[in-house]
Design a protein around this ligand. Structure first.
Ligand SMILES: [Fe+2]
Length: 258
């Protein structure tokens, strides 16, 4: 993607989300989501650079960072929730927004394919087989960059004692409940905890630990380690031996992937 196209799309994104934030009494969640998109765009740029992508592909990566959660804005406006299971799949909702606005007409077909796949598959449990390798590369990048920022954001909210203020951001989960057996089984099998197995806030933080088994690139592991994201998520978890053993295994895994 050429630089001027990227600038156009970035401006389009900011114009699109502005009405969800300005003049809206319940604008806190959309504002947090816009800032999430900005940081993910920055990380996409950094990860793409570290992976040695050419300049045009770095622009594509950045724009995918900006656009990946575009479906969150109409989702929250209409349903007042970020829970896909109680509203719409926000990846698919994002594709609908892009389709209605016809905004991707400004890019080359190859870039359109990347943005569509990235928005549509960023939030799936697993990436389907059969995708062209270059498209898949960007889908895996957005999945990594998204996870890194969710970990940082959730930790900050927990640390600042704002969990009760933003029930939407923690998917309206049970704040006091224990780690669920299904969630523990997933991470013990060294796989990312399935969204359907997340019942409590503890499950949600354990899920973040389990994401170390679902990152795809060395620059992502490096960022996770530099930012101490695992250690931070572990702070929010119950001080239980079985859980701490999984945290230790995850730390080992990250070291091996750097
Ligand atoms: Fe998302």
């Amino acid at each position: 993607m050429r630089a001027h196209v990227a600038i156009h799309l970035e401006q389009w994104f900011l114009d699109y989300v502005r009405p969800f934030i300005n003049g809206n009494a319940e604008a806190e969640v959309p504002r947090i989501k816009r800032d999430h998109c900005r940081r993910v765009a920055e990380d996409m740029t950094g990860i793409a650079r570290d992976l040695g992508l050419v300049e045009d592909d770095i622009h594509t990566a950045r724009i995918l960072g900006w656009l990946h959660d575009i479906g969150r804005f109409p989702q929250y406006a209409q349903y007042r929730t970020l829970r896909d299971d109680q509203s719409v799949n926000h990846g698919q909702a994002g594709l609908q927004v892009l389709e209605n606005a016809k905004v991707l007409m400004v890019c080359e077909p190859a870039d359109q394919e990347i943005i569509v796949a990235g928005v549509g598959y960023h939030n799936c449990q697993t990436v389907p087989d059969g995708m062209a390798a270059d498209v898949r590369h960007f889908v895996l990048m957005i999945r990594d960059a998204d996870k890194l920022d969710i970990m940082q954001t959730l930790y900050q909210i927990w640390k600042n004692d704002e969990i009760r203020r933003y029930p939407e951001l923690i998917l309206e989960l049970d704040l006091e409940g224990p780690v669920s057996p299904c969630a523990l089984a997933d991470i013990r099998a060294r796989r990312s905890i399935a969204y359907t197995n997340i019942k409590s806030l503890a499950d949600f933080f354990l899920t973040q630990i389990s994401w170390v088994y679902d990152l795809n690139f060395r620059p992502s592991y490096q960022r996770l380690a530099q930012r101490r994201l695992l250690e931070q998520a572990a702070e929010a978890l119950p001080q239980d031996m079985a859980i701490q053993a999984e945290v230790a295994a995850a730390v080992q895994h990250v070291r091996a992937c750097m």
